[in-house]
Design a protein around this ligand. Structure first.
Ligand SMILES: [Mn+2]
Length: 387
């Protein structure tokens, strides 16, 4: 797995060469940490040398994980590579057959903690031909809640910049945020690093036609892949049937013969009689082993997460005049009741208010409180129903 980052880099180089790419854009956080190791830099440099030999230019900006100030050692880079500096947005024209066909604008982070809106600094040089492309490591407001907000900007800032295309870095999940005027694209990372970076990872191969229209195509480059699948237990009574369902779900994204291995998490959910099986450690372990053994080569089980609930007639239980009935009605009435939720929130204050805890987790919002109450309901039902 450690080698996978390097194999995706090789796949990227091969793609650029095979497609006769004019240039490659790297939108920051090429290195994970400020202590860029020599080996990583060296591997990147040989990849760049390969591209130099193939006539592919490379443009690089630095982000919060690899800001310029952290560079502890500078290698000599081949002449096809351009690193953008931190002082101002710089424009580099790209020529094809003696004609400027594109202008790449970029700026790097001087330090990790970059809070200013860098997108606002971009504007096209109207005196030149070709398309205008902004290369930036930044956080577009509202596009992901998984990443901290560095160089924050809004979609309107990107529109106002009058670039034709934005090649953005920072958010790891690839996405096209806007189709045109300008096209705004996060390429994401080339290799998922853990189960929460599931799904295909790679780059966008972008064609530009003579009218300046961009046609991006996502190309997966990852050497192995994390996947998450959901399997409902409702209506299933035989563990062997559930195993079949889970096995098929694990295989659903992996075609036989695919050289790329998949590591799959199965999330079991819903109410059903097999909930009991998940509650028994021994039965669950045996079931898990059976599932693992049933998988095709190239498909590995990461884990089976149990989100199942007991098979009960919830409405009948709620109507009962006993402790469980009262409890379930209380849960129902608390959900979406802002006043009640705020009361819970202040009761939790001593927990989330502690400096050590608040570094790890932030106080839950209304939605978070709702889901806390919901899981308390499920837990309470599990505990009380068994009695
Ligand atoms: Mn970043």
């Amino acid at each position: 797995m450690r080698e996978s980052t390097y194999s995706t880099l090789e796949a990227l180089v091969e793609l650029c060469k095979g497609e006769n790419a004019l240039f490659l854009l790297l939108a920051g956080d090429i290195y994970e940490g400020p202590g860029r190791n020599l080996r990583a830099q060296d591997r990147l440099r040989s990849a760049m040398e390969d591209l130099e030999a193939a006539g592919v230019q490379v443009f690089v900006v630095h982000g919060n994980h690899d800001p310029l100030r952290s560079r502890f050692l500078t290698l000599d880079w081949p002449s096809n590579v351009h690193f953008f500096g931190p002082e101002k947005v710089e424009r580099i024209p790209v020529e094809l057959d003696g004609e400027v066909v594109a202008n790449v604008y970029g700026i790097s982070y001087e330090k990790a903690d970059t809070a200013s809106n860098l997108a606002g600094l971009f504007s096209p040089d109207e005196s030149t031909g070709g398309v205008h492309i902004g290369l930036l490591h930044c956080m577009v407001a509202g596009c992901s809640d998984e990443h901290a907000s560095y160089a924050p900007c809004s979609m309107q800032d990107l529109v106002d910049s009058r670039m034709d295309y934005w090649a953005l870095g920072h958010v790891h999940r690839h996405q096209i945020l806007r189709e045109s005027g300008p096209m705004v694209v996060y390429a994401g990372n080339t290799q998922g690093r853990h189960i929460n970076e599931n799904g295909e990872r790679g780059c966008f191969l972008v064609d530009v036609d003579q009218y300046g229209e961009f046609r991006p195509r996502f190309v997966p480059l990852d050497s192995y892949r994390w996947e998450k699948v959901d399997v409902g237990i409702s209506g299933v009574t035989d563990p062997r049937d559930l195993l079949d369902l889970m096995r098929d779900a694990c295989h659903s994204s992996h075609s036989p013969g695919d050289p790329r291995s998949h590591i799959v998490r199965v999330v079991a959910s819903g109410r059903g009689p097999l909930h009991e099986m998940f509650s028994s450690l021994e039965d669950f372990a045996e079931f898990r082993e059976g599932l693992e053994a049933s998988l095709n080569p190239g498909v590995t089980l990461e884990s089976v997460k149990d989100r199942t609930r007991p098979d009960v007639d919830l409405d009948a239980l709620k109507a009962q005049d006993n402790l469980l009935g009262q409890f379930l009605r209380l849960v129902d009435n608390t959900i979406d009741d802002e006043e009640a939720l705020l009361e819970i929130s202040s009761a939790l204050e001593p927990l989330y208010g502690k400096p050590t805890a608040s570094q790890l987790m932030s106080s839950p919002d209304i939605e978070g409180l709702n889901s806390l109450v919901e899981s308390a309901g499920v837990k309470g039902l599990d505990l009380m129903y068994k009695e």
